[in-house]
Design a protein around this ligand. Structure first.
Ligand code: ADP
Length: 173
């Protein structure tokens, strides 16, 4: 049985990520999407929120599960019995970054086989951070997000902006 792991931050999951998950679900017998704690990123959504959002988005895909983890990806792969690590490539910047990570994972565990899927042209310019930036500035990017996530993102950014206004008001009092 071919089991693959697709780890990421998914803050939030975009249609680019979802396209990769659908293609991975057709390629592998089982695909585990792992929402990883990334120490170097300050996420907008909690791990639990992201897991719930992704579960809703992949609900039609029977061989896809959603888990959370921290620490080494190769340890997680051994824990869940995954042979393949799936990652996406949008551009040469991704390639250089992902190539180093793949080499490091192979150094840590020579059984770890990274499989790269090229992003579809219509999603190559998408990143979670760009979508957050455009939404915060009032742009409509609903074409690039699952509906539940688009709504959650809009709400969260509104809350954040309100909190910022309150903070600024406090400072001037
Ligand atoms: P990480 O912090 O691990 O990079 P991300 O959520 O940013 O987490 O990305 C997870 C994976 O999804 C990475 O392999 C990334 O290259 C890929 N990815 C991100 N955006 C897209 C997209 N628009 N199309 C295809 N793959 C993507």
């Amino acid at each position: 049985m071919k089991v693959a792991l697709f780890p990421g931050t998914f803050d939030p999951l975009t249609l680019g990520h979802l396209d990769l998950i659908k293609r991975g679900s057709a390629l592998f017998d089982q695909l585990a999407v792992a929402v990883m704690t990334n120490q170097s990123k300050q996420p907008l959504f909690t791990i639990d929120e992201r897991v719930a959002q992704i579960k809703e988005a992949v609900s039609g895909l029977d061989n896809v599960s959603v888990i959370t983890a921290q620490g080494l990806t190769v340890d997680l792969m051994n824990k869940i019995g995954a042979d393949y690590l799936m990652r996406g490539l949008r551009n040469t910047t991704d390639f250089q970054y992902e190539r180093d990570i793949a080499a490091m994972n192979e150094f840590l565990d020579d059984q770890c086989e990274t499989v790269f899927l090229l992003a579809k042209p219509q999603y190559q310019h998408l990143s979670s951070s760009l979508l957050k930036e455009v939404t915060a500035a009032g742009g409509d990017i609903s074409a690039y997000l699952p509906a539940n996530i688009n709504e959650a993102l809009r709400k969260r950014l509104e809350e954040k902006q309100l909190m910022q206004v309150e903070k600024d008001n406090e400072k001037t009092r």
